[in-house]
Design a binder for this molecule. Sequence first.
Ligand SMILES: Nc1ncnc2c1ncn2[C@@H]1O[C@H](COP(=O)(O)OP(=O)(O)OP(=O)(O)O)[C@@H](O)[C@H]1O
Length: 300
Amino acid sequence: MSALELRSLQKRYGDVVALRDVDLTVRRGEVFGFLGPNGAGKSTTIDIVLDYVRPTDGSARVFGHDAQEEGERVRERVGALPDMRLFGHLTARQHVQFVADAKGSDDDPVALLERVGLGRVVDFTADGFSTGMGQRLKLAMALVGDPDLLVLDEPSAGLDPNGAREMRRIVREENARGATVFFSSHILEQVEAVCDRVGILSDGEVVAEDSIDDLREATGARSSFVVTVDDLSEVALAAVRDVAGVAEATVDGTSVTVTCPDDRKAAVVDAVRTDGATVLDIDSEDASLERLFATYTGGR
Ligand SMILES: Nc1ncnc2c1ncn2[C@@H]1O[C@H](COP(=O)(O)OP(=O)(O)OP(=O)(O)O)[C@@H](O)[C@H]1O
């Protein structure tokens, strides 16, 4: 049984067709990235999965349960972001406790808040929180009760690069625990860094569903480059792999082939010199993920 199955999903708002015909399968245990330009229909799809919005036609099933007919059963197994708005007069701890009570979970709110980097503000009210802090708090709420499926709509919105990196770490940890993760984003490098597979939504339809590597191969697009140094140490290699956006770094002698977004290349070159190595050559064989994305969405 799949974690999430969308079949012929359609949604019209009056004359506006938000979803034309969405078919998508998210397998159990995978991290699935839901990509698409603004207005493609990502939030509408997620709202249907969470039963905030009813489809005009078609169905959404979560672990075999119909999202509309068996909303209760679905919600027991799902953690979602953003699921609730924040209440300015409540503390971070009270927000998380509220969700724990609603879900009948005995999770410790403080432990969850520490996990998302809010350990020092557990008793602060949300009205003083920045956008990024609010996003972290919502993530802590989504993690309550170890959900089997995490549904994250633009989880990195409002987060600085550190916050975005921590978000990726938590996605990986949740996945390692056994959770399936479904998240939408238009930040391609974020998706590439953590996802097993992606679905690309364009104009209310899924135009591609595959691993990014296979999509690349299918379109002939690649975004790798090779840096050759005089001496490649483990420290330098670890630093390269730590650069945000680096999806892959493979070694051949003193050359390292790195897959990353174009705008991270300078950071990769800096990282490879961490241990004092001298760069001998840089060979770029380029076609970025952005171009891959544009190939499928017609540049929208
Ligand atoms: N309540 C609504 N009433 C009318 N039109 C709507 C409504 N909600 C969404 N739409 C329209 O449906 C389409 C899909 O919107 P949706 O928010 O799902 O896209 P999205 O991919 O999440 O975009 P973004 O990345 O900008 O959040 C858009 O054309 C949007 O204007």
